[in-house]
Design a protein around this ligand. Sequence first.
Ligand code: HEM
Length: 467
Amino acid sequence: MINTARLACPIESGEAPGPRALPLLGHFREFNCDRTGFLARLARDHGDVVQFRLGWNRFFLLAHPDYIRDVLITHQTNFHKGRALTRAKRLMGEGLVTSEEAFHLRQRRLMQPAFHRQRIALYAKTMAERAARLADAWQDGSTVEMRQEMTRLTLGIVCKVLFSTEAEGDAAEVGHAFNDLMALTAFMLAPFSEYLEKLPLPQSIRFRRAKARLDRVVYRIIRERRQSTPRAIDARQEDMREQESDLLSTLLAAEDHEGGTGGMADEQVHDELMTLVVAGHETLSNALPFTWYLLSQHPAVEAKLHEEIDAVLGDRLPTLEDLVRLPYTEMVLAESMRLYPPVWFLGRRALQPYEVGGFTIPKGSYVVLSQWVTHHDRRFYPDPERFDPQRWTPEARASRPKLAFFPFGAGVRGCIGESFGWTEGRLVLAVLAQRWRIRLAPGHPVAIDAVSTLRPKHGIRMTVHRR
Ligand code: HEM
């Protein structure tokens, strides 16, 4: 059947379709009022390749999983992350998230060992212990703001696995300095904040101070570690250190044997650490509160989750090995990240003209791939708004195109922390659900705020009841 909407209002004939645009603003107003809704309507009304404008910039939303695969994997060399990185660089510098091309590949190679399975097994212990510490701190019947709780927990975990083994205080100090900075997130994400930041406004002064404090702490830790860690360590020593070393020592010991470019300078280690602190907690600190909210609204799913956790774990803390025996816990997390993908869109800039779905995307324009749009597409998820972990049985998964679900991106720019994220998410769910039944506080409104990540707009206030 011909999609008549697709023919109804092309911006210019022969080009990808899209809604009519205002002369100067383009679609800025509609986009800004309701970002996720705007993108979802574009795909619903115009098809799998849709163009829109924000100011002078042209964007092309690609909604089909095959097109997403081509941009992220098959033809990834045709794309850069582009200007979307400018804001992120203020916090993360030239780290793995923000670098491009050969430098990015070198950094990725250097950091990969820190994410090997044996390493994740070491981090898993910290994850479960930290979650248990939080579970012990809650009072029966009390009300907590779940996003704050999950942020404190996930930030604590990432700081501990980055900095922990040699000085517990370092992890705490970075966590505190980072918390000060996070209080200014709204300011950092505001439009034009990169310019406002340079003016003598109270918030920009606080931002610069908090950032300087954090930088001082991180550089001090790097210097102290360098003094106590030999720069290159041989394989036998590496084995010996395996059990005790944290992620920072792995970064300091990394040598680029393949590329022959040596180890990382202090500035580079600093930028990678900042990147890991941000990327390593900002996503889960949103995914987990949405998961608690969904469970609170679906008691039958919650009961099944409790049943699995009780049968496999009883009262003991879960380990990495337990996770294969907790498939339903994984299905719950997957379904939650389908409905509320922590990263809700990816932007790429076309380096050369690009053909897709019979249309040409001109060089220099932006491609948008949206987890929000594709994860809510009824072609792949019938009754898409319904929370249903059964969509994640092996058979159901196999019946869909792989990139109908891409919360972690894919390809060379895919999330390096994907197994870290799955491990932490499942362990935290298991430990907290083992002890607590969590309910939405009466009357608390739950809405999304689609900024650089998908956050709960008003936080999520919940009451905790001992099981
Ligand atoms: C639920 C948890 C997580 C989600 C949903 C998530 C999502 C993503 C996504 C979508 C990307 C790709 C961005 C793009 O293509 O533009 C990404 C990249 C990245 N993530 Fe994650 N992430 C999670 C957890 C983590 C954790 C725990 C870490 C580190 C400890 C981490 C570190 C990174 C880094 C360093 C990159 C950049 C990779 C590269 O460009 O080579 N992420 N993440």
